[in-house]
Ligand binder design. Structure first.
Ligand code: URA
Length: 192
């Protein structure tokens, strides 16, 4: 198992590759690649869809309106961004925030896979249908959210994407309820 310092070095090296990545055309017209950020040794890895406008400008994940809600959800369970790691399925912003194409998701997959391997989290929170589909293609987010799924030696926890709650206010409360279960699930994993 790697030390925190070793994990940080590995993640930083990967981040440099991601920022220079031209494996698919998504980098065209973007300002920054957005590798992800947070605690290299996090117990909880959050995975969103892909960078939006603000994320592209700053090269950081979830720094726009959806990010504000993610931060509120973290605060709800007494955590900050620095306690967790936040990444995305695709690392460059899709034009006009369109859905990432399957071939773009596939091209970016080795980076996300490597991040999961390096961080080795206890639970992966899948934010929205794109990240849920990448890891648990058999699930539908409207039914799967708020329930943990064990697959291999990892536990996944699908949730609605924070941006969905910005468009549909009724999802906000559901998201807080779902987030509220994360510490309990984490505790159970640590006991098992
Ligand atoms: N939405 C995402 O899925 N990821 C981000 O980084 C920002 C918004």
């Amino acid at each position: 198992m790697s030390s925190i310092a070793e994990k940080k070095i590995l993640l930083d090296k990967l981040a440099t590759k991601i920022k220079d990545c031209q494996l698919c055309p998504l980098y065209n017209g973007t300002t920054n690649g957005v590798p992800g950020e947070g605690n290299p040794n996090a117990d909880i890895l959050f995975i969103g869809e892909g960078p939006g406008k603000k994320e592209d400008e700053l090269g950081r994940p979830f720094v726009g309106a959806a990010g504000k809600l993610l931060e509120a959800l973290l605060q709800h369970i007494d955590l900050t961004r620095n306690d967790v790691f936040i990444a995305n399925v695709v690392k460059h912003r899709p034009p006009a925030n369109r859905d990432p194409l399957p071939e773009e998701v596939s091209a970016c997959w080795p980076y996300l896979k490597k991040q999961v391997e390096i961080i080795s989290p206890k639970i992966i929170v899948l934010l929205g249908r794109h990240s849920t589909h990448r890891f648990l293609p058999e699930l539908v987010i409207s039914q799967a959210h708020g329930k943990p799924y064990r697959k291999g030696n990892l536990v996944y926890y699908p949730m609605y994407h924070p941006a969905a709650a910005l468009y549909n206010g009724s999802l906000r409360e559901v998201m807080f309820q779902d987030a509220g279960r994360i510490p309990v699930i984490l505790k159970k994993i640590q006991i098992n």
